[in-house]
Design a protein around this ligand. Structure first.
Ligand code: F3S
Length: 643
């Protein structure tokens, strides 16, 4: 009784700990997913664990980020992933099959199960009632090997949706409203559980849009109940047998509640350069738009693109706008073709891209210098589009489609009635680009081309840690800042020595050379360090450059875990104002590091430049402390004998 849905699923998967907010818990993982930009590293780590076959119910390896194969590097990575997947019993989703979260939702999602993915938008699966969490590749590799996933028990926050969305307001506007209210830091240490009578009007793809972008809140995950809508979705996919009803108890007790009256929502837009910089579209309507991009794991469902097709049907994209559309999966693209919607898109002047992440990860379609790009995506960090001074706005597919026609940011309420979509269209499956593993994979040869390089392995920390402040940065540093994901770098995700040359390149291009010349050191940062993607390259590249610790006012969840996994100390200022006492090139010394880590939270660092002592906190569970002292999760796992 009194149980939230999240607590029910966690309870059913609990292997250690208690469901008390702030305590460490370990949970069993049913499914894993990886994508290519994090997957190569995850599979190199899985191989290092010497497990012949994955122990999850299902693991899937997607190739969706870098599908261009503009050089041998991508092709090497893809073949490595395909062969390592076959050897270890993992389903392989070929390039072009679609974006991992869209395909996972359509093809493999399962209410009530746990999913761990090496991509921060893994919570997309929460739209169907999964407990789906994004994590670093090493955590996912451990889960594939049968190990538990450990996390700090989050608070469970209820988001109560009441009423019905008015015309032209969309699911995207619900999550933009949550972001407007709570900001990109507002979800840290929380699971968002959606309830209320407003759920009845939201389809599973719409729910998935909301849980997908819950990642931008910094949340552990977000989820919806599994109800009649979920059943209808699974039945339409021919997977009705996977459905089971799941909901919170009527008297469930939540740690916090946010109420959103859907009737009061209007079309919203996130202004550059943060997803929480949200205002009504009406307040900025009329600004010129150069590019409109529709797709990404947030808004690329059949429902989304059918609406776009209806809006564009019989009309022409504005001559000064480039409209690009990336369907979320081959299944979506096939259904658009079957229904005739694809013709409407093509005849309007839209450009159809491959079913992949594409422009969302900077793979093509970089806007012009200083250009305005209106996107249905989830992130608009500066530079992520591939154009440093581009201005990226985030909105619903409806706002994007209408604006593509007018050539300016447009409030769709000024342009007639919203499209009506038949929600009973049966889904037509397409497994042609899925490769299922053989029953016995021992004889499969794993192919390693020259782009597959060994990953740096962390070492045990020294007894006395002395290091210079190699770089001092401000608040909200993203993993894109730390390890950019530009098109020219994506092919090197399995080549850390090459990638590391570009670590912090948009912040301070001299950082890698300085770090190597000084034999490593420390990074000092403001609040919410490491927000954004799950990419562990944002820990691996600094590790390769000798970074031993990051001292910040606070950390984003996945990045903090990645730092620990690779033996880098994530330290927090005990007094946030001490951030101002440290300057780049100050030298810090932490004496008796092992004893200080073991004995408690407070760790003292001496600033040899000023003579001041800076009290720092290592907010870590006893298990995490052991991982740090072992020199990272891989060493810890080897020392403790596995899983
Ligand atoms: Fe891909 Fe962008 Fe989603 S990179 S997984 S579409 S956030």
């Amino acid at each position: 009784m009194n149980k939230t849905l999240a607590a029910k699923i966690l309870d059913a998967h609990l292997v250690s700990g208690r469901l008390v907010a702030g305590e460490e818990i370990g949970i069993r993982i049913d499914q894993t997913l990886t994508q290519d930009s994090t997957g190569t590293m995850a599979y190199l780590q899985l191989e290092a664990m010497e497990i012949p076959r994955v122990k999850t119910k299902l693991s899937v390896a997607f190739v969706d980020h870098n599908t261009l194969q503009s050089g041998f590097e991508n092709a090497d990575d893809h073949l490595y992933i395909q062969t390592v997947a076959a050897k270890h019993g993992i389903v392989f989703s070929k390039p072009g099959n679609g974006i991992c979260h869209q395909v996972q939702l359509e093809r493999f999602s399962h209410p009530g199960w746990t999913l761990l993915g090496s991509d921060s938008h893994t919570p997309t699966g929460g739209g169907i009632g999964m407990l789906a969490i994004g994590a670093g590749g090493l955590d996912v590799a451990v889960a594939m090997a049968g190990g538990a996933y450990y996390l700090t028990m989050p608070k469970i926050c209820q988001v109560e949706l009441t009423g019905k969305l008015p015309a032209w307001a969309a699911a995207k506007d619900i999550i933009l409203e949550v972001l407007r209210r709570l900001t990109v830091k507002g979800g840290v240490g929380r699971i968002f559980e959606y309830t209320g009578d407003g759920l009845a009007g939201l389809t599973v793809p719409e729910r998935a849009t909301i849980t997908n972008m819950g990642a931008e809140l910094g949340a552990t995950t977000s989820l919806f109940p599994s109800d009649a809508t979920t059943q209808a979705f699974l039945s339409a996919l021919g997977r009705g047998a996977d459905w089971l009803p799941l909901t919170a108890d009527a008297d469930a007790v939540y740690d916090e509640t946010v109420t959103i009256r859907l009737d009061e929502l209007e079309p919203l837009v996130a202004l550059p350069h943060s997803p929480d910089n949200v205002v009504p579209v009406a307040s900025v309507a009329g600004s010129k738009v150069d590019q409109v991009a529709i797709g990404s794991c947030t808004n690329s469902s059949y429902l989304d693109l059918s609406k776009v097709a209806k809006i564009l049907a019989g009309k022409r994209v504005h001559p000064e706008v480039s409209l690009v559309i990336a369907p979320g999966s081959r299944q979506v693209l096939g259904m658009l073709a079957d229904s005739g919607a694809l013709s409407s898109l093509l005849r309007s002047g839209a450009r159809i891209l491959e079913c992949a992440c594409g422009p969302c990860i900077g793979m093509g379609q970089a806007p012009k210098s200083g250009g305005v790009s209106l996107r249905t995506f989830n992130r608009n960090f500066a530079g992520r589009s591939g154009t440093p001074d581009a201005k990226v706005y985030l909105c619903s597919p409806e706002v994007a489609a209408v604006s593509a026609l007018t050539g300016k940011l447009s409030d769709p309420r000024d342009y007639g009635h919203p499209p009506v979509i038949d929600l009973n269209t049966p889904f037509v499956g397409d497994d042609n680009l899925l490769v299922f593993p053989p029953e016995q994979g021992q004889t499969v040869e794993v192919v390693r081309g020259p782009n597959i390089k060994p990953f740096p392995v962390a070492k045990q920390p020294p007894v006395t840690l002395t290091g210079a402040v190699l770089l001092k940065v401000g608040d909200n540093i993203t993993t894109d800042h730390i390890m950019p994901s530009h098109a020219h770098l994506l092919p090197y995700r399995s080549n850390i020595p090459h990638l590391a040359k570009y670590c912090f390149s948009g912040v301070d291009a001299d950082f890698p050379a300085r770090a190597l010349a000084q034999g490593g050191g420390l990074i000092v940062a403001g609040a919410n360090y490491g927000q954004g993607s799950s990419r562990e390259h944002a820990a691996l590249a600094p590790l390769y450059l000798g970074v031993k610790g990051v001292i910040a006012q606070s950390f984003a969840r996945i990045h903090r875990a990645n730092l620990i996994n690779f033996g880098i100390l994530p330290l927090i200022f005990a007094n946030p104002g001490d951030y101002d006492k440290l300057a780049q090139s100050d030298v810090l010394t932490i004496d008796a590091l092992h004893t200080q880590v073991q004995k408690g939270e407070l760790i003292t660092a001496a600033n040899t430049a000023s003579g001041q002592e800076i009290p720092l906190r290592l907010v870590a569970t006893s298990r995490e402390k052991e991982i740090i002292l072992a020199g990272g999760l891989l060493n810890f796992t080897r020392q403790t004998g596995g899983f």
